[in-house]
Design a protein around this ligand. Structure first.
Ligand code: SF4
Length: 252
């Protein structure tokens, strides 16, 4: 009887926690069932990796990023950038901001038109979603993390950046990461994750476990804009962020 009550209490607490993060329903469609099965495989793989202490983070050696200037110097080097054609459509070049000594570095993909107008990444509804993730799951404020993006200028709606645009802009992100030296990187969105991990694997295959980027554990997860359009995936994002929180909790 006691164990039954404990199970009910635990379930109730878990539901409240999910609700605080905005999860108000659970997936039931065939596609999402398949997605969850894949996620479950990822989780099992992650457990096996932990058991044998052979996570990708631990087993794959990589060269640390070379420090090249301060954040202010990197911004100065970027200047009024015209290295790619995206400069033509921007109002703001959004470099990134936050705590330069942050343990967590959050990488978005590129500013949307609202960010471009506001001069800040993760503005509007996406910003509210991110703030919920930070406050309710990671127990952090924006001031405690560093926020930047793979690409610093607005990409037109429903378009994807070209390879040349990514290769022109990404080195500045890597320099920012080298200066901040975070304990963990969280890459939000497939292009951010695939670029940093140098892979074509889908986000669904990548998320749910840590990867190594120049010696720093990286957790890929969904971008807040994608979660707004696909709220049933919040549960999966919650899982990713809980792993980040647990990993951060065990770090000095
Ligand atoms: S997207 Fe990056 S590389 Fe392209 S113009 Fe903007 S700052 Fe320069």
């Amino acid at each position: 009887m006691n164990s039954y009550k404990k199970l009910l209490d635990d379930t109730s607490r878990l539901l409240s926690f999910h609700r605080s993060f905005g999860v108000d329903k659970y997936p039931i469609t065939k596609e999402l069932g398949a997605f969850l099965a894949e996620s479950s495989e990822n989780m099992n793989a992650s457990r096996v990796q932990n058991k044998h202490k052979k996570s990708e983070t631990a087993s794959r050696q990589s060269t640390p990023l070379k420090l090249a200037g301060t954040i202010a110097e990197i911004r100065a080097d970027l200047g009024d950038c015209i290295r790619c054609s995206l400069h033509k459509g921007r109002t703001s070049l959004i470099f990134g901001s936050g705590n330069e000594g942050a343990k967590l570095f959050i990488v978005g993909e590129w500013p949307n038109r609202f960010d471009d107008q506001a001069g800040e990444i993760f503005s509007g509804a996406e910003g509210e979603m991110l703030d919920n993730m930070l406050t309710h799951v990671l127990k952090l404020s924006r001031n405690e993390v560093y926020l930047s993006s793979l690409i610093k200028c607005r990409v037109p709606e429903d378009a994807h950046p070209e390879a040349q645009q990514i290769s022109a802009c990404a080195p500045f992100l890597l320099r920012q990461i080298a200066v901040v030296q975070p304990k963990i990187i969280c890459a939000m969105g497939p292009i951010a994750a695939q670029t940093l991990l140098k892979t074509n694997k889908s986000l669904i295959k990548l998320r749910g476990r840590f990867h190594d980027v120049h010696g720093i554990p990286l957790m890929p997860t969904f971008h807040p804009s994608y979660l707004i359009k696909n709220p049933e995936l919040k549960k999966a994002a919650l899982h990713d962020l809980q792993m980040v929180r647990q990993q951060l909790a065990g770090m000095p």
